[in-house]
Design a protein around this ligand. Structure first.
Ligand SMILES: CCCCCCCC/C=C\CCCCCCCC(=O)N[C@@H](CO)[C@H](O)/C=C/CCCCCCCCCCCCC
Ligand SMILES: O=c1ccn([C@@H]2O[C@H](COP(=O)(O)OP(=O)(O)O[C@H]3OC[C@@H](O)[C@H](O)[C@H]3O)[C@@H](O)[C@H]2O)c(=O)[nH]1
Length: 374
């Protein structure tokens, strides 16, 4: 009997400690987010020598927002940069879109690389490698097709590239768009993911998502170039690991990444989260045990049980209060990440938040049960 009681109490103490740590993460994310995000960008000064930046833009297909998203790269306020568009399929309609923009902005240095080169299993790296090898500058910005830039985003990223920093990335977030799927995406990136992303950056744990990342080319070259990461599907994680292993710091910049893909529906969003979960599981198998416990509904239930054993607290009341306080912390964090008026009302937030919190653990279980990545 005694070993069973010890095991029971052991689990109860573990869940209670984990639950307390989650509140520490909430606090870190809120305070660090407030301190770190949306800082005024040091204005561009014509006398200062700014480093040149090569922007690699891997494209595949056209969506309704592509033209306006790409256009934001031609209108940035930065003195020296080039945009290298990478398109694998010579019949891809994105080629015409890009050519039209290059014609419209003749003053911006830009080129198109068609065909890619097979250097590994990662199609994004295969697509970018030719352009990477032709890059003119020592700072490389890898920027996914759905990203939008403000006029000063590149300047903000370069300003964060201090002497010891080798890689500056943008925390994933979204543009304001209409519809439930857009609300859901904004809620996920501004709450559950922002909490871990900001906390990880605070304690300098590798949590890099490669949709918008500025990096030093000489460091990549020491490793053998971008092609060396073609063997990984989660190239972003291994690129950041390479910088950290070589003693460089990685940092988030103050502006979150504005994802604005023209394809925005619940099933493709969930498929993407499912794929990312598979990548995390493949890279850090311990995630299988710990990640579900970072979910509000799961850790709340576990802590309600634990406190009913340890302190004889009423579990239902505990669970409901837990969900309410978590919900309020998420609202505060989302407002900090958004830094302005949200494009939905509080009722939409409640519905979107509940949907995300209830489906999150389910999507994770699906990823564990079918870990094959397409
Ligand atoms: C010893 C292992 C402990 C693991 C704890 C795991 C807890 C993770 C909980 C939630 C994950 C939320 C998602 C974070 C953003 C990652 C987005 C993503 O999946 N991106 C992939 C696709 O671009 C990319 O390839 C993967 C990047 C690395 C992900 C690594 C995640 C680990 C994060 C650990 C954070 C610990 C924070 C500790 C703070 C005190
Ligand atoms: O076959 C492909 C697929 C995708 N891509 C490009 O790769 C970029 C990202 O692709 P997707 O939108 O499919 O994928 P995600 O938004 O999920 O990517 C994100 O998560 C996985 C990471 O490894 C990526 O670095 C990150 O960008 C886009 O710019 C896309 O055009 C290719 O160039 N070729």
């Amino acid at each position: 009997m005694a070993p069973m009681i010890y095991t029971l109490y052991g689990f109860a103490i573990f869940f209670f400690v984990f639950w307390c740590s989650m509140w520490i993460l909430h606090c870190i994310a809120i305070f660090y987010g407030k301190y770190r995000l949306h800082k005024k960008v040091k204005p561009f000064s014509a006398d200062e020598p700014y480093p040149g930046v090569t922007i690699l833009k891997p494209l595949m297909g056209v969506d309704p927002h592509l033209v306006s998203n790409l256009e934001t790269f031609f209108t940035m306020n930065y003195p020296m940069y080039e945009i290298l568009f990478c398109i694998e399929d010579e019949k891809d309609p994105a080629i015409n879109v890009v050519r039209a923009l290059i014609e419209k902005y003749p003053k911006v240095s830009a080129d198109v690389f068609i065909g890619g080169s097979t250097v590994g299993v990662n199609p994004k790296i295969n697509n970018m490698n030719k352009a990477y090898e032709a890059a003119s500058y020592d700072l490389i910005l890898i920027s996914d097709s759905g990203i939008r830039m403000k006029e000063d985003t590149l300047l903000d990223m370069v300003n964060h590239m201090s002497e010891k920093t080798g890689l500056v990335h943008q925390m994933p977030f979204t543009c304001d768009r209409n519809g439930f799927a857009a609300t859901l995406e904004k809620i996920y990136f501004g709450t559950a993911q922002a909490r871990i992303y900001l906390s990880a950056d605070f304690v300098r744990v590798n949590c890099h998502t490669g949709m918008s990342a500025l990096m030093r080319r000489p460091v990549l070259e020491e490793q053998g170039g971008l092609k060396m990461f073609g063997c990984y599907l989660a190239e972003d994680f291994f690129i950041a690991k390479c910088f950290l292993d070589r003693g460089w710091k990685t940092a988030i910049c103050s502006q979150p990444a504005l994802q604005n893909s023209g394809i925005c529906d619940v099933s493709s969003f969930q498929a993407r989260l499912n794929r990312w979960a598979k990548l995390r599981i493949a890279m850090l198998p311990l995630v299988i045990f710990f990640e579900p416990l970072t979910e509000c509904m799961v850790i709340g239930a576990a802590a309600a049980w634990a406190t009913s054993i340890l302190f004889l607290w009423e579990p239902i009341a505990f669970y409901l209060i837990h969900i309410l306080v978590w919900f309020l912390c998420d609202w505060i964090l989302l407002c900090i990440v958004q830094n302005g008026t949200l494009p939905f009302n509080k009722f939409d937030f409640i519905v979107g938040w509940l949907f995300r919190e209830c489906t999150g653990p389910y999507l994770f279980i699906l990823a564990v049960l079918n870990p094959k990545i397409k």
